[in-house]
Design a protein around this ligand. Structure first.
Ligand code: IPE
Ligand code: IPE
Ligand code: MG
Length: 253
């Protein structure tokens, strides 16, 4: 199943809170505060945050999920100091470089969503390699949102559809939700069932604006570098206690 909308999402039928989430997306927030609370530079928080990301991938698989999205750099994060941006770029390089052999071996498909065009050539190459070398895998899907912004993604999709319409490849009247979903970076995987944000902030910060239309949200007070399998399991428990209605009337009382 690809790029589904909530309405045709069979694993999360209307009125049911039973099925496990297939796709969890995480806003990994709080690295800076974690470092500051220890008198350390922000870079130390990001480094520790990378270790937490590794733990999250492992936990997601142990918890029986099929898809995990990690938000690791937003289109707005370019507003940060140049040295911090350099640190974040080099951590992504390191993360992919170090993890790729294991991910490949374990049948994990890696995709990167976001505007890849404006990334440094070296990162573009590495990202391309990771995607290509894991393209045939299907045991688990790891989607990394890097230089990602929901609005940017929607605008790029709209521009592509407009280009196709102007060239006569599609009819404007044929554009519907399914076609729009397929034009987004995330077309390879279903919409998230659950979005988790750490650090206590309660906002979506431009994350999966289209895809999370019917996601459940869990906000955790833990700072991202401290996030572990127990926090992940607790978020899933919280999810299971919810009733997803998708605009319907829900289960009978
Ligand atoms: C999340 O931690 C990492 C990124 C956004 C890249 P932050 O760096 O935002 O940490 P806080 O929010 O300042 O604590
Ligand atoms: C969201 O965190 C982006 C990522 C986790 C990559 P931010 O720390 O950038 O979000 P704001 O600025 O607090 O909204
Ligand atoms: Mg933050």
């Amino acid at each position: 199943m690809t790029g589904s909308s909530a309405a045709d999402d069979k694993a999360t039928a209307p009125g049911s809170s039973g099925p496990s989430p297939r796709h969890v997306a995480i806003i990994m927030d709080g690295n800076g505060r974690w470092a500051a609370s220890r008198g350390l530079p922000r870079s130390a928080g990001h480094k520790e945050g990378t270790a937490a990301a590794r733990r999250a991938v492992e936990a997601a698989r142990d918890l029986g999920l099929k898809y995990l999205t990690l938000y690791s750099f937003s289109t707005e994060n370019w507003r940060r100091p140049a040295s911090e941006i350099r640190d974040l770029m080099s951590l992504l390089r390191q993360f992919i470089g170090d993890e790729l052999p294991t991910l490949k071996r374990e049948g994990v498909r890696v995709t990167i969503v976001g505007d890849k065009k404006s990334l440094e050539p070296e990162i573009k190459l590495l990202v391309g390699r990771a995607e290509k070398e894991t393209a045939a895998n299907s045991a688990f899907f790891l989607q990394i949102a890097f230089n990602y912004g929901g609005r940017d993604e929607i605008v790029r999709a709209a521009r592509q559809l407009a280009t196709d319409a102007a060239a006569g490849r599609i009819k404007p009247g044929a554009i519907d939700e399914a076609m729009f979903s397929q034009s987004l970076d995330t077309s390879a995987i279903p919409d998230p069932d659950l979005v988790i944000r750490t650090s206590g902030e309660k906002r979506i910060s431009n994350f999966l604006l289209w895809q999370a239309a019917y996601a459940e949200y869990v906000f955790l007070d833990v700072l991202w570098p401290d996030f572990d399998a127990a926090h992940f399991a607790r978020a899933l428990e919280d999810y299971h206690a919810r009733e997803r209605r998708f605009g319907g009337v829900g289960a009978a009382p």
